[in-house]
Design a protein around this ligand. Structure first.
Ligand SMILES: CC(C)(COP(=O)(O)OP(=O)(O)OC[C@H]1O[C@@H](n2cnc3c(N)ncnc32)[C@H](O)[C@@H]1OP(=O)(O)O)[C@@H](O)C(=O)NCCC(=O)NCCS
Length: 159
């Protein structure tokens, strides 16, 4: 059965495939100070325990993605990134909702994530999707200037 979810801006969401790694690494590098290599994304794409959801157009040009790790009854959002040209169009929201729906088919009953406490856009997205802060981790994220940012740990029931 083909998995497919609707997304805004004429896009749809589907599972990532082998061959997407370079696009994922490029979009990830535009969103984070510390990028991940295409090789790392190749490994995630090959592993059923780390599902990837991509937002793309009919020609499969990728505008954003979410990467999740499933371990027993917990899911963790490892990363989510939307191409800067496509931000603010609710593509991040559509990616999260596709993941919530698809994770119903797995044993995962809760989703966790970590986010820098000053990442206003991401925190607003997560709160809007029902995540609550369960802990803070000081000195968690390295910054380009050598300082370290505090992370919020957030959690949501998957039902
Ligand atoms: C976080 C990110 C994935 C959000 O994706 P997006 O497609 O732009 O987000 P959406 O359009 O779905 O917005 C969802 C919510 O976030 C809010 N939001 C999005 N961008 C925002 C911004 N720059 N400032 C404030 N709020 C913002 C939206 O208003 C919306 O909230 P609302 O429903 O209360 O109006 C995107 O900004 C990104 O790729 N950032 C860089 C990577 C990153 O920080 N990832 C998260 C790491 S934990």
């Amino acid at each position: 059965m083909m998995k497919l979810w609707m997304a805004p801006a004429g896009l749809h969401i589907e599972p990532g495939r082998a061959g997407d790694a370079r696009d994922l690494a490029r979009i990830h590098a535009q969103g984070f100070y510390r990028g991940w290599s295409a090789g790392e994304f190749d490994s995630f794409l090959a592993e059923p325990a780390t599902p990837v959801y991509i937002a793309c157009d009919a020609r499969r040009r990728i505008a954003g993605f979410a990467l999740i790790r499933i371990a027993a009854d917990e899911a963790e959002l490892l990363t989510i990134a939307v191409d800067p040209k496509f931000r603010g169009k609710r593509i991040g929201q559509a990616l999260m909702r596709a993941a919530f729906e698809d994770l119903q088919l797995t044993p995962a009953r809760k989703m966790f994530l970590e986010v820098a406490e000053d990442n206003v856009a991401a925190i607003r997205l997560y709160k809007g999707e029902g995540f609550v802060t369960t802990a803070t981790r000081k000195g968690y994220y390295p910054r380009p200037d050598g300082s370290q940012a505090t992370a919020l740990v957030m959690m949501r029931d998957l039902g």
